[in-house]
Design a protein around this ligand. Structure first.
Ligand code: SF4
Length: 360
């Protein structure tokens, strides 16, 4: 017997259809959506403005338990990491990043990741499975509740946790739709970012579906050769493809994309890399976001010293590029960018240990 779907797994339209199938008016379905996604109430018994019979049908057809959240905090840098077990024994991580002017939720779209970037802990195991929309929304709701407990509202969402979001397009788009929906999470589209290595079909689909989200491309190298050695994934666009997609995004949406560039010491952080990057991106309207690498136990890459980071950024700016440098946050609890991994739960259950053999 299939377990019932999680109560977070239905879109607003699917709630309307559910209500109608139960002989209720469409707006009853919307009310459930508002309770669950808008107010974070999963228990149908608490949805007091619904008829009792309908509440009972909702309860009978759904799993309305909250996920078993485990937290680690790094209060020095303002980071809270969520470890959320999934059915089937895996677990994913998500991170709340507290800054003076914004509160960002970094969500995962897959358990593990098939892209296997050489420097990333999430890719070590390969793909375990796609998350469904409810499991992505569960992360958002847990982080939102955590933020509320600290007197904060989640203002930004980045799909930058574990997984390549465009390889799980329907679930990601459904979850972001619910987070964006004024009756759901109510977060503006410009504050919702999809970060991708750049998959031709996925980017095309985003354009065709006219989705208003912000796009970030993982670039990480100024040449295709170096990029392929860091991101050995067949389906990723090459640099010319990314630049073309960035131009199209600007044309169609009027929005600039961000190029993410993880700075790996002595791999892609040398002056010649900066010069090559300036030459490659000259004339492209976009921002380059430099992410000084956060070291991972077991991975052979280092973080550049601060002077090298500054020099790299200065040289891009001198070449006319717009540059931001990511501040270091959460690395003490392995919650920083590229450090999320499937790991053992604190009590040792459902342990999924990443194999460290066979790495570069
Ligand atoms: S950096 Fe992103 S795309 Fe690359 S392996 Fe890690 S999670 Fe996957």
């Amino acid at each position: 017997v299939e377990p019932p779907p999680r109560i977070t797994a239905r879109s607003r339209a699917a709630w309307v259809a559910f209500a109608e199938a139960q002989g209720e008016k469409a707006y009853r379905g919307r009310q459930v959506f508002q309770w669950v996604v808008g107010r974070g109430v999963r228990d149908p018994a608490l949805m007091t403005d619904l008829p009792r019979g309908f509440r009972e049908s909702v309860a009978a057809a759904h799993d309305s338990t909250a996920p078993l959240a485990r937290w680690s905090s790094d209060s020095a840098s303002g980071t809270e990491k969520l470890l959320m077990p999934l059915s089937g024994g895996d677990a994913v991580e998500a991170v709340l990043i507290l800054e003076p002017t914004r509160t960002t939720a970094c969500l995962s779209s897959q358990a593990g990741c098939p892209v296997a970037c050489r420097f990333c802990a999430s890719g070590l195991l390969g793909l375990r499975r796609n998350l469904d929309a409810g499991e992505i929304l569960d992360q958002f709701m847990e982080l939102r509740q955590r933020a509320a407990g600290m007197g904060r509202r989640v203002s930004h969402i980045v799909m930058m946790g574990m997984g390549e979001p465009l390889l799980n397009y329907p679930a990601v788009v459904q979850a972001l739709g619910a987070i964006h929906d004024p009756e759901g999470g109510g977060i503006g589209a410009r504050h919702l970012t999809i970060s991708t290595v750049g998959l031709e079909k996925g980017v095309e689909r985003l354009l065709q579906d006219r989705l208003p989200y912000t796009l970030a491309f993982s670039l990480h190298a100024p040449t295709d050769e170096l990029r392929r050695s860091l991101i050995p994934f067949e389906g990723a666009l090459d640099i010319a493809g990314l630049v073309g997609a960035a131009r199209r995004y600007l044309e169609v949406k009027g929005r600039e994309v961000t190029f993410e560039y993880v700075l790996l010491h002595e791999v892609n952080d040398r002056p010649e890399h900066a010069r090559a990057l300036v030459a490659r991106l000259r004339g492209v309207r976009a921002t380059v976001n430099l992410i000084p690498y956060n070291e991972n136990p077991g991975l052979p890459f280092g973080r550049p010293p601060p002077a090298d980071i500054d020099a790299f950024a200065a040289s891009l700016r001198a070449g006319g590029l717009k540059v931001t440098v990511r501040k270091r946050k959460g690395h003490r609890i392995l919650a920083a960018c590229g450090q999320l991994r499937l790991q053992s739960l604190p009590d040792g259950e459902a342990a999924v240990q990443p194999p460290l053999a066979g790495l570069p």
